[in-house]
Design a protein around this ligand. Structure first.
Ligand code: HSE
Length: 452
C-alpha cells in the first residue's frame, strides 16, 4: 500500500487530551515547543490531539515564556492541574512538585516527570498513589536524559534477571573529569568552564558531590532489582577530591577516572541474593573499556543480565532538547494508555531486597602509597594486604623526587598496588593498617577499579 492509499485521519475526528506543563525552564520550554509544533505527527501517532492547555511558571516574565508564547501561562499550578488529563512536572525539587504531582494523581491525571530527586526520595508515595488512582506515572527523563534506559530496564528487561548496572549518569561531572584528563585543567577551572558552557549550574553541588547520580542510581536499582532503594541508601562520593595528580597516576596505569553509578545484587554464594548495593564514586576505568571513551557531557549505561548478557545504552544525558525527547515519548505513551483505558507498568517491588552498605561490595582497588625506599618495605606492605585476605594483582614502584633539604631517614618511593577482587570492608581495614606502618609515609590515594 503506498502512502497515498493510507486512510486520511482528520484531527477533528480525534479525541483531545489536555496537557498541563508545570515548569517552563530548559526542559519544559523544549517540551512545550514540541507539543506546539509537532501536533500533527503526535496526533497521528497517538490517536488523540495532545492539547497544551497551559504552562505553570513562577513568573509570567520568564524569558522563555516571552520568547515561545505558550498558551495560558499562569502562576496558578493547582488551577491548571485541575483541568488536565496529563500533567507534566518539570519544575524540579521536592516541594511544591510533590504536592502538585499527588494532586494531579488524586484527580485522575497521568503524570510525566523528570524529577529524579523527588523519585529517589519519595518514589514509593507517588507510585502507591498512582496505583491507587489507576493512572500512569512515567519518568523516562529522570535517568540519562534522552537515553531510553528507564523503559529499557522497566519494560524490555522485565523478563530477564538484571544482575548489575554500571554507568556514567551525570554529564556535568563527566565533562569536568574529561577536561581534567584531556586538557589537564584543574578541577575548579574545569567546573568554571562547565558553568560557562551551561552544563554545570551556578551552584554545582548536586552534580559534583554526586547527589544527582545517586538519585539516578536509586531509581535504577529499584527498577532493576524490583525493590525499593532510596537516595539515602546509596553510597555517595563526588569528584571534588579528584586532583590532577590522581588523573596523572590513572593515566600512567592505563586508566581514566570516571564518576560511576553502580547498582548490583549481593549474592549469598548459593544462588540467592541477600540484598543489593548502590554506589556512586569516582573509579578507574581501563582505557580500552567502552566507558573510557564516553567524553564530554555524554552518558552511557551498561546493564548486565542473565539472558541478555551485557547491553550498552549511550547518548545525551542532559540538555533541554535531548531530554524533551524522553518527556514527550512518555506523554505519547500515557496518552495511548488513556485512550485504551489502560495503564502501563507500575511499581514492581516484590523482591523486597534490602539495600546494603558498601562494606559488603566486592571490587578491585588501586592503593597509592609513599614509602621509605629500603629493604623489607615491600614485604611489610604485602603482609598487611595478606592479613586482611586482600590479594595483590600488580605492584608498580617509581622513585619519588626527594625535596631538598630532606631530613627523612632514607629516600622515598611511590608504590602503586592494584588488588584482585576484594571485599570493601577488608580493603578499608588494610588501608587503616597500612597507615600505621613506619615505612609508609602517606596513603596518597585509594580508588576503586571497575570494568576490568
Ligand atoms: N545535571 C545533570 C547532568 C543533568 O549533568 O547530567 C540532569 O540530571
Amino acid at each position: 500500500m503506498s502512502q497515498s492509499d493510507l486512510p486520511a485521519v482528520s484531527r477533528s475526528d480525534l479525541p483531545t487530551l489536555r496537557i498541563a506543563l508545570l515548569g517552563f525552564g530548559v526542559v519544559g520550554s523544549e517540551v512545550g515547543r514540541l507539543l506546539m509544533t509537532q501536533g500533527e505527527d503526535l496526533a497521528a501517532r497517538t490517536g488523540a490531539n495532545l492539547e497544551l492547555i497551559g504552562v505553570a511558571v513562577r513568573s509570567l516574565d520568564e524569558p522563555q515564556v516571552k520568547a515561545l508564547k505558550p498558551p495560558n501561562p499562569t502562576t496558578d499550578a493547582a488551577g491548571l492541574i485541575s483541568q488536565a488529563d496529563i500533567v507534566v512536572e518539570l519544575m524540579g525539587g521536592i516541594e511544591p512538585a510533590r504536592t502538585f504531582m499527588l494532586k494531579a494523581i488524586e484527580k485522575g491525571a497521568a503524570v510525566v516527570t523528570a524529577n529524579k530527586a523527588l523519585l529517589a526520595a519519595h518514589g514509593p508515595t507517588l507510585y502507591e498513589a498512582a496505583a491507587d488512582a489507576g493512572v500512569d506515572l512515567f519518568y523516562e527523563a529522570a535517568v540519562g536524559g534522552a537515553i531510553p534506559i528507564v523503559r529499557g530496564v522497566r519494560v524490555s528487561l522485565a523478563g530477564d534477571k538484571v544482575t548489575r548496572i554500571l554507568g556514567i549518569v551525570n554529564g556535568t561531572t563527566n565533562y569536568v573529569l574529561d577536561q581534567m584528563t584531556r586538557e589537564h585543567l584543574a578541577f575548579s577551572d574545569a567546573v568554571s568552564q562547565a558553568q560557562r558552557l551551561g552544563f554545570a549550574e551556578a551552584d554545582p553541588t548536586a552534580d559534583v558531590e554526586g547527589f544527582d547520580a545517586a538519585s539516578k542510581a536509586a531509581i535504577l536499582a529499584s527498577l532493576a532489582f524490583h525493590t525499593r532503594v532510596s537516595i539515602d541508601e546509596v553510597h555517595r562520593e563526588g569528584i571534588t577530591a579528584v586532583t590532577q595528580a590522581d588523573i596523572e597516576a590513572a593515566a600512567e596505569g592505563g586508566y581514566v577516572i570516571k564518576l560511576l553509578a553502580i547498582v548490583e545484587r549481593v549474592p549469598d554464594g548459593s544462588g540467592s541474593d541477600i540484598g543489593v548495593v548502590a554506589r556512586v564514586h569516582p573509579a578507574l576505568v581501563p582505557l580500552d573499556h567502552p566507558l573510557a571513551s564516553v567524553h564530554g557531557a555524554f552518558n552511557a549505561v551498561f546493564t548486565e543480565s542473565q539472558a541478555a548478557g551485557p547491553l550498552m545504552f549511550y547518548g545525551q544525558g542532559a540538555g533541554g532538547v535531548p531530554t524533551s525527547s524522553a518527556v514527550v515519548g512518555d506523554i505519547v505513551a500515557a496518552a495511548r494508555h488513556r485512550l485504551a483505558g489502560q495503564t502501563g507498568p507500575g511499581e514492581s517491588a516484590y523482591t523486597g531486597l534490602k539495600a546494603m552498605p558498601i562494606a559488603v561490595a566486592h571490587t578491585r582497588y588501586q592503593v597509592r602509597l609513599v614509602v621509605a625506599d629500603r629493604p623489607g618495605v615491600l614485604a611489610s606492605v604485602a603482609t598487611v594486604f595478606a592479613a586482611h585476605r586482600v590479594s595483590i594483582d600488580e605492584v608498580r614502584q617509581t622513585p619519588r623526587p626527594t625535596p631538598e633539604p630532606f631530613d627523612g631517614p632514607t629516600t622515598l618511593a611511590n608504590l602503586v598496588i592494584v588488588t584482585h577482587n576484594a571485599a570493601e570492608a577488608d580493603l578499608s581495614a588494610t588501608v587503616a593498617d597500612l597507615g600505621e606502618l613506619d615505612a609508609v609515609q602517606a596513603v596518597a590515594g585509594v580508588i576503586r577499579v571497575e570494568g576490568v
